[in-house]
Design a protein around this ligand. Structure first.
Ligand SMILES: [Zn+2]
Ligand SMILES: [Zn+2]
Length: 80
């Protein structure tokens, strides 16, 4: 096991500890949910938050005047 020297969290893998030190420990969450006040320190956490708490709908954009090919609609609330 690898322990973080700052917060004493334990990790089985050294790479997990390194990720914790680089992106989590002492950092403010920087990935914000666009629907609710949830914030995540890692992009994967935000992704699983969307999957668990919100309905994610991808719609193909057929409007030729815009330059993006799809839009993603997020609905629902994390507090439901
Ligand atoms: Zn830590
Ligand atoms: Zn959310």
């Amino acid at each position: 096991m690898y322990a973080c020297a700052r917060c004493a969290k334990l990790y089985k893998l050294k790479s997990s500890l390194n990720r914790h030190l680089r992106y989590e420990c002492g950092h403010e969450p920087k990935f914000h949910c666009t629907v609710c006040p949830y914030r995540a320190k890692l992009r994967e956490h935000l992704k699983s938050h969307y999957a668990a708490k919100h309905v994610v709908t991808t719609i193909v954009n057929t409007d030729p005047d815009t330059d993006y090919d799809h839009v993603v609609l997020l609905t629902g609330s994390a507090y439901e």
